[in-house]
Design a protein around this ligand. Structure first.
Ligand code: ATP
Length: 217
């Protein structure tokens, strides 16, 4: 990643893929400029935040003109490394893992699950949507080569840490953790944690205790 990107705050960086997806759609429909209000409505981020985010990219919208869609798209493509295919490994081909293998990540961004791993003899040696499922014993063999640095973890929680340790020793730099386990990793490794059950529970809690404006009417 370039130095320019390093200066962007993390909260802003997390919103980049959201902006990028919307701008790509705008671009395909032939739109050349967009206002922060339009963006705000589409991506559900308030326009003050959008203006602040975009100021980090050197994109200063003009009053009455908005932002140049082409400029922003070029910036995002470069920043998000969209010109380069990112290969990802998936560990744990259960229900969730299989759904990810069936999901076409390439549709929206330049990311592809390249290989999967499991301990289940019925799964090893098979392919799901052209993605080979290898035995866990071969993890180091396949990840040892240089070009896979990202892994998705969809294994049962009790084995998550042991597998994470192996991933860290196999050149993986970033883990998208779908298990409920909190992972210990060295500071150089980035982990994003998505616990679907917690997210759902939190959504339901908010629905009950913090009604939206519309619901209050
Ligand atoms: P999901 O949680 O995705 O719905 P599931 O309920 O089908 O999956 P789990 O028991 O959660 O199954 O296991 C997910 C996958 O992880 C399974 O395919 C299982 O074989 C695999 N798995 C279990 N232990 C390990 C391990 N130590 N290393 C790699 N994969 C494992």
């Amino acid at each position: 990643m370039s130095n320019e990107t390093m200066k962007i705050p993390q909260a802003t960086a997390k919103r980049l893929p959201l902006y990028y997806r919307f701008l790509k759609n705008l671009h395909s429909s032939g739109k050349q400029r967009v206002s922060s209000a339009e963006l705000s409505e589409a991506v559900k981020v308030d326009s003050a935040t959008i203006r602040r985010d975009f100021s980090y990219f050197g994109a200063l919208g003009k009053k009455g003109y908005g932002y140049n869609v082409n400029y922003l798209l070029t910036f995002f493509r470069k920043t998000l490394d969209q010109d380069e295919l990112t290969k990802v490994a998936l560990i744990g081909v259960g229900n969730l893992g299989t759904a990810f293998l069936n999901y076409n990540f390439l549709k929206n961004n330049n990311t592809r699950i390249d290989c999967a791993f499991d301990v289940d003899p019925n799964k090893m040696g098979t392919k799901i949507r052209d993605v080979p499922v290898y035995p866990m014993d071969d993890l180091e063999k396949y990840l040892g080569n240089d070009d896979i640095h990202v892994a998705i973890l969809t294994v049962p929680a009790p084995v998550a840490q042991v597998i994470t340790d192996r991933l860290v020793n196999s050149n993986i730099k970033a883990i998208l953790n779908f298990t409920p386990a909190r992972l210990n990793v060295p500071p150089s490794i980035r982990v994003h944690h998505i616990d679907l059950a917690v997210e759902l529970q939190s959504l339901i809690y908010f629905l009950k205790h913090y009604p939206t404006e519309e619901a209050e009417e």
